[in-house]
Design a protein around this ligand. Structure first.
Ligand code: HEC
Length: 168
């Protein structure tokens, strides 16, 4: 008996629908801009990861890391075999590599200082990004990399990070 719905009720219904549509549109715009909701509880260097940070980290990665570590974080071909110059190729940053074996603090230091900066005397093709990226950009690229890992690797790496904070 729709003709019995009062004008007020009809208006209220219309407004509720419009509200939902507005929310749906805002979500769609965020997704369209490449925004990705961070996995539940994901942190980087002790701070909750945001969608903006992941989006920024994805760009930083594409511009600074993909040439060696792969556009899809897959690493260089045959990455476990030492190169003729005695150095190691760039490993993957996805779950098939060992990036997730390191704490946030170590990943930050390796990216900022290079592997040679963290392990004195070690010769490596991994550049130091201290002069190229800000600390925020390094945190963002790590947030992006971490956001791609499955739950098991995220959980493991969170534990390693927590142990590292304990001062080991
Ligand atoms: C010029 C090539 C090159 C670029 C560009 C590069 N890397 Fe690397 N990276 C390497 C190589 C080679 C290694 C392996 C070093 C070794 O074991 O000697 C490495 C290792 C690493 C490691 C240690 C991984 C592990 O499991 O031990 C991290 C973390 C890392 N890179 C992060 C980054 C990030 C983040 C960027 C971009 C901001 C980046 N790298 C850009 C070549 C590169």
């Amino acid at each position: 008996m729709s003709e019995l719905i009062s004008g007020v009720e009809a208006k209220r219904l219309l407004m509720a629908t419009a509200g939902l549509a507005a929310i749906a549109m805002a979500v769609a715009v965020a997704w369209g801009a490449g925004m990705q909701a961070p996995p539940d509880g994901l942190t980087v260097l002790g701070r909750p990861v945001t969608g903006e940070q992941i989006a920024r980290g994805r760009e930083v990665y594409a511009q600074n890391c993909a040439s060696c570590h792969g556009a899809n974080l897959e690493g260089q071909p045959d990455w476990m075999r030492r190169l003729d110059n005695g150095r190691m190729p760039a490993p993957p940053h996805d779950e098939s590599g060992h990036t997730w074996h390191h704490s946030d603090q170590d990943l930050f230091a390796i990216t900022k200082l290079g592997v040679g900066g963290v392990v004195p005397g070690y010769e490596s093709d991994m550049p130091a990004f201290a002069e190229i990226l800000s600390d925020d950009e390094i945190a963002a690229v790590l947030a992006f990399v971490k956001s791609t890992w499955p739950e098991r690797q995220r959980g493991f790496q969170a534990q390693v990070t927590a142990n590292d904070e304990g001062g080991s």
